[in-house]
Design a binder for this molecule. Structure first.
Ligand SMILES: NC(=O)c1ccc[n+]([C@@H]2O[C@H](COP(=O)([O-])OP(=O)(O)OC[C@H]3O[C@@H](n4cnc5c(N)ncnc54)[C@H](OP(=O)(O)O)[C@@H]3O)[C@@H](O)[C@H]2O)c1
Length: 330
């Protein structure tokens, strides 16, 4: 099978950056011998990739100069309390911004709670409460803490290849498997929905090109996390994302996050199974997670998602329902 651009996702980007150099040096040489095929191809696509990221950064900067659109005061308060895990990440921060904007009570579990202030500003505690916690540590996940949480969106992750983000053993095995399992075990059985962001390719981690991405197990461990969620008895929806585009906007603030757009790629493709090979805007994934919370027939389902050029559903619940409905096999 030919290598697809998806094989060189942001997972791989971090593998190619200087930051990851130190961690790569500490890898067994046998593993380091395998990626050159990846690096050669990645080098050839890197200039356009970097340009794309620069463009996104420029767009965001431009948007920063405009006044923010904050709808939360106009929205009626929601009865939901949504716990976002991974809320400082690319998808997670967009989820949190959208929840705040819709007046939906949010709880964040963050390894470093100061990131919440940086990203979302000082918020009323009733709207946004931040808890310190690392999903790898069951002791950080006291079930008593989660009483009252009605919905969970989990968008934790780490790089697929060794990087600084693995420091302290924060590897795919620990985050995508141990972390997801620990979280599920700590959640109340009364939960209305658990939405897990996963990845396309998880069922094919032994096949090319996915096996390259899975060199350090990321897809295998994501699948193990998925399976645990599936068998947990919790009402779940799993969203398998294609290669993520747009963002992460990690050095920006809430107003900028609220102004982030998917550019031209607003049209959404949702399927079931593990067939899609493409890209998806982080904004689209974030919106899909939020919409899935309220779609009854999405309970117990696994979806895959891409976004392409064209008009999309935006944040219209009816349009999202139609998209999910069309994809739902049974
Ligand atoms: N990149 C792609 O192309 C791609 C494709 C398909 C699926 N995915 C998956 O999509 C999801 C969202 O991706 P993304 O790019 O938004 O992710 P991201 O920017 O890497 O964010 C990951 C989030 O997980 C948190 N986290 C990491 N380790 C943790 C731990 N031990 N305990 C608690 N939180 C932890 C991070 O918090 P800190 O701030 O503390 O680090 C961060 O908030 C991830 O599961 C990713 O693997 C990615």
């Amino acid at each position: 099978m030919a290598l697809t651009p998806w094989s060189f996702s942001l997972y791989h980007f971090s593998f190619l950056t200087e930051k990851s150099h130190k961690s790569i040096q500490s890898c067994p040489p046998s593993l380091l011998l395998q990626p050159p095929r990846l690096s050669a191809f990645a080098r050839s696509i890197l200039p356009s990739f970097c340009n794309a990221r620069r463009l996104v950064a420029l767009c965001v900067k431009e948007e920063q100069t405009q006044s923010p659109v904050l709808d939360s005061d106009a929205s009626p308060p929601s009865s939901k309390t949504v716990l976002v895990v991974g809320g400082s990440g690319g998808v997670g921060q967009l989820v949190v911004a959208a929840l705040l904007n819709r007046n939906i009570k949010s709880r964040l579990l963050l390894r470093d709670p100061t990131k919440a202030i940086q990203l979302f500003g000082v918020q009323d505690k009733s709207k946004l409460e931040v808890w310190k916690g690392d999903t790898r540590n069951p002791s950080d996940l006291d079930p008593a803490k989660f009483e009252g949480v009605t919905h969970v969106i989990c968008c934790t992750g780490t790089t697929a290849f060794p990087s600084r983000r693995w420091d302290g053993d924060n590897t795919p095995e620990r985050v995508d498997w141990d972390g997801v399992r620990n979280l599920v075990l700590a959640l109340p059985s009364t939960l209305d929905r658990f939405v897990l962001v996963s990845s396309v390719g998880v069922t094919k981690f032994n096949e090319l090109p996915w096996s390259i991405m899975n060199l350090f197990g990321v897809l295998k461990f994501k699948k193990m996390g998925e399976d645990f969620v599936h068998n947990s008895g919790l009402p779940f929806t799993i969203i398998r994302a294609g290669r993520l585009t747009d963002g992460p906007y990690t050095s920006y603030d809430l107003n900028t996050l609220l102004k982030a757009t998917s550019g031209e790629r607003r049209a959404v493709i949702i399927g079931q199974g593990d067939k899609l090979v493409g890209e998806v805007s982080r904004l689209v994934v974030a919106e899909a997670c939020i919409q899935a919370l309220d779609i009854d027939f999405a309970e117990g389902q696994i979806y895959e998602i891409n976004s392409v050029e064209g008009e999309g559903p935006g944040s219209d619940p009816e349009k999202w329902k139609e998209l999910f409905k069309a994809a739902t096999v049974n």
